[in-house]
Design a protein around this ligand. Structure first.
Ligand code: NAD
Length: 504
């Protein structure tokens, strides 16, 4: 494998970012970040314990009045500067992200990093556009208006699949709206979240507005969620952990935002452009090695196209180049860890007893044998209620099933606990129109699968959670609305007092 990005010097002061500086964690426990492409250690750091979470929350609490009291224009200026700093450091971010996640460098350079810069620029603008109902005399005797206020200290928890983008999605709307934040990234991938926080300081965002605690979910995560000085929990991760987070947050009556797992259907009607659907399915299933909550995971193909779809997808999957994430020609890197690779392999191995592995279904050998690689995998013949159709695998695995009527295709698409994303493929606007109305998911693409944009919301239905990341809709999560009502009459005995003081 080629030269790797060096991170030791950058984190020699520690891997916790609290009150504008890097510090070591004080849990007494250490974590080794491993390059999943080689299995070699990248950095060992001291994990955050509850004292570090307390210090981060205290810093965020102290920073809150000043940041909340800044004008929208001042917060917007700071976020514009933040976007510029991130853009200047784009290559460092791309390399660090590829190192800790095993992402192909072209994905980090063309998707993760520019997406984050764009998101930052979007929220720099959006900070000046918090919307509300117009003031008016709704009662006749009063003027009513709405104040949209920040909530306070937000505690956010993020997963490992897109560490930089998840940090951005959590942090930007929260701070654009005047909150301060403590972010806990996944302990296996904290590097770009820490770099993101440091870039915020370089951009002039005040100390304490953005803090990062790198620790385990059980220790740092639960302490953050249950912290009495944290007003809101925003969590992105798996549905089982999200349920636990909800329990802990509810016990302290916190506002809650949950972005959870997905099992996106990919519905191909019999008039679809087959070639486009095949390319869309392979790209949509393999992006980020399938470790994408919106990845295409269940392809439902109407019977006349089914056989051709299966063989074309298998052929196209075989052309995807696995390799060193730092080689610009690599299409597919390893999974994030050997543990995740083994978990994915377990799903496929169990499926052999009830389904057919059409292609893939194993780790590659040769030069890649040491890394957490897994071949692009297509599974057919699984029943709708089987594990590979119902459960989130989170790897480069696509399951394909046939359907007959449009009714059946849409019903099967809706038949899992999840509802994050879906796509419908057809040349008939009435068919795709019906699919977009009837599929229960937070996003439905038509004749594409995966693209996201800063201006549009991202979030789930059903067991995929509730609340929105990105777009102006995310301000609904990170602000609270206060109704202010002024009496305009100056009358002592007001009309409504008759309910207390006798007849009219
Ligand atoms: P995970 O649920 O295992 O962990 C997510 C985060 O929660 C990590 O930071 C982890 O340390 C923390 N955590 C674990 N236990 C905790 C606890 N008891 N209390 C508090 N925090 C705890 O998820 P993962 O494996 O890191 O990421 C993959 C999952 O994330 C998939 O299910 C994927 O679908 C989901 N995801 C969803 C979205 C979305 O927008 N809906 C986006 C990306 C990823």
């Amino acid at each position: 494998m080629g030269n790797r990005f060096q991170v030791q010097d950058r984190f020699k002061d520690g891997a916790q970012y609290i009150d504008g500086e890097l510090r070591p964690g004080t849990s007494g426990r250490n974590h080794a970040i491993v390059d999943p492409a080689t299995g070699e250690q990248v950095l060992a750091y001291d994990l955050a314990g509850s004292d570090d979470v307390d210090a981060a929350v205290a810093a965020a609490r102290a920073a809150f009045p000043g940041w909340a009291g800044a004008t929208p224009g001042e917060r917007s200026d700071a976020l514009h500067r933040f976007a510029s700093v991130l853009a200047e450091q784009a290559e460092d971010f791309a390399q660090a992200e590829s190192l800790q996640c095993g992402k192909p460098i072209k994905l980090s350079r063309e998707f993760d990093v520019p997406g984050t810069v764009d998101n930052t620029a979007f929220f720099a603008g959006a900070a000046r556009h918090l919307q509300g109902q117009s003031a008016g005399e709704y009662s006749g005797d009063h003027t009513s208006y709405v104040r949209r206020e920040p909530i306070g200290v937000v505690g956010s928890i993020a997963p490992w699949n897109y560490p930089l983008q998840m940090a951005a999605w959590k942090v930007l709307p929260a701070i654009a709206a005047g909150n301060t934040i403590v972010l806990k990234p996944a302990e296996i991938t904290p590097l770009t979240s820490l770099m993101f926080a440091r870039a915020a300081t370089e951009a002039g965002i005040p100390d304490g507005v953005l803090n990062v605690v790198a620790g385990t979910g059980r220790e740092a995560g639960e302490h953050l969620v249950g912290h009495p000085d944290v007003a809101m929990t925003s969590f992105t991760g798996s549905t089982p952990v999200g349920k636990r987070v909800a329990e802990v947050a509810t016990a302290t009556v916190k506002r809650l935002h949950l972005e959870l797992g997905g099992k996106a259907p990919f519905v191909v009607f019999d008039d679809a452009d087959l070639d486009a659907a095949v390319h869309g399915a392979v790209a949509g299933a393999l992006i980020n090695s399938g470790q994408d909550c919106t990845a295409a995971t269940r392809a439902y193909v109407q019977r006349p196209l089914y056989d051709a779809f299966v063989s074309a997808v298998a052929d196209l999957m075989a052309t995807v180049r696995l390799g060193d994430p730092f080689d610009p020609s690599t299409d597919l890197g390893p999974l994030v860890s050997h543990t995740q690779r083994d978990r994915v392999a377990g799903f496929v191995d169990r499926a052999r007893s009830y389904a057919t592995v059409v292609t893939g279904g194993k780790a590659p050998g040769g030069d890649l044998a040491k890394g957490a690689y897994y071949l692009p995998t297509l599974i057919s013949g699984a029943a709708q209620d089987s594990e590979v159709v119902q459960s989130e695998i989170f790897g480069p695995v696509l399951v394909v099933l046939p359907f007959d009527s449009d009714d059946e295709g849409i019903a099967l698409a809706n038949d899992t606990p999840y509802g994050l994303a879906a796509s419908a493929w057809s040349r008939d606007v009435y068919r795709t129109g019906r699919a977009t109305r009837e599929i229960k998911a937070g996003c439905v693409w038509v004749n594409d699968h995966i693209p996201i944009i800063s201006e549009m919301p991202h979030g789930g239905y059903k067991a995929s959670g509730f609340g929105k990341d990105m777009s102006a809709y995310s301000f609904e999560e990170y602000t609270q609305v206060k109704h202010v009502m002024h009496d305009n009459t100056a009358v002592v005995r007001k009309d409504w007092h008759r309910t207390i003081f006798g007849d009219r």
